[in-house]
Design a binder for this molecule. Sequence first.
Ligand SMILES: Cc1ncc(COP(=O)(O)O)c(C=O)c1O
Length: 279
Amino acid sequence: LDPGDEVIVLAPYFVEFLAYIDNHGGRPRVVRTGPDFMPDIDAVEAAVSARTKAIVLNSPNNPSGVVYPEHLIADLSAMLSRKEKELDRELYIISDEPYRRIVFDGLKPVSVFNHYRNSIVISSHSKDLALPGERIGYAALNPAAEEHDEIMAGIIYSNRILGFVNAPALMQHAVRAVQHITVSVPDYERKRNMLYGALTEMGYEVVRPQGAFYMFPKSPVEDDVEFVHELLSLLVLVVPGQGFGSPGHFRISYCVDDRTLDNSLEGFRKAAVRYGLTR
Ligand SMILES: Cc1ncc(COP(=O)(O)O)c(C=O)c1O
């Protein structure tokens, strides 16, 4: 990024995206998604300016768990290609996909490379191999990208200068040998079904997630921090939506034991009664 370059980020977003952009002198341009947390292509188009360098996509999404369908990626790509011509400037899609393999309901991961030339995929094995903290993953650059050689050199160089997060060689060999393995997706899908069913029955408004291991229900009161404190007093730990750029919601991470999930239901139920969602 050159100072003042803009990067479009869709809210709700993984909070670190803003820091990554800021660290490089860029400016995040936050665009809200629709009530179903899907990108609104017209709203994204309205945010593209002569300073736009990239858009960050994250599907399956943290915090909403939604998965963008292929036709949406295709439409978004078509719009960006049109804008590239109009502005005579490359616009990159940076697709952050650590939850790529954690999808439910028979969905298949979509490859942004098939739809858009100037694209970069970032991944991590923190989730699909349950190795958080190991700081191991990869960046993949579309071989057809316009500035391919320059960007590839940039990726290699940042890996050198960020040596303190360089994955140790031994682990690089280890994860290469287990690329065919993923954490148990049916287990996450079962947890999603249980929790989504229980919460909606209690009266919570929830967009049904189809991937990752998060849910992002609407807070029964406008002040999501107040509601998170209320749940905390009932021994349920969730995160306020304001941290993800979407106040009025809260995020649940359900990658926990079944027993922990089962035990949380009483707290969710008591809060639902207190806030008039249910009797
Ligand atoms: C969307 C998204 N991107 C990136 C990361 C960071 O992954 P890592 O553990 O590899 O730093 C996370 C972790 O929560 C995430 O949810």
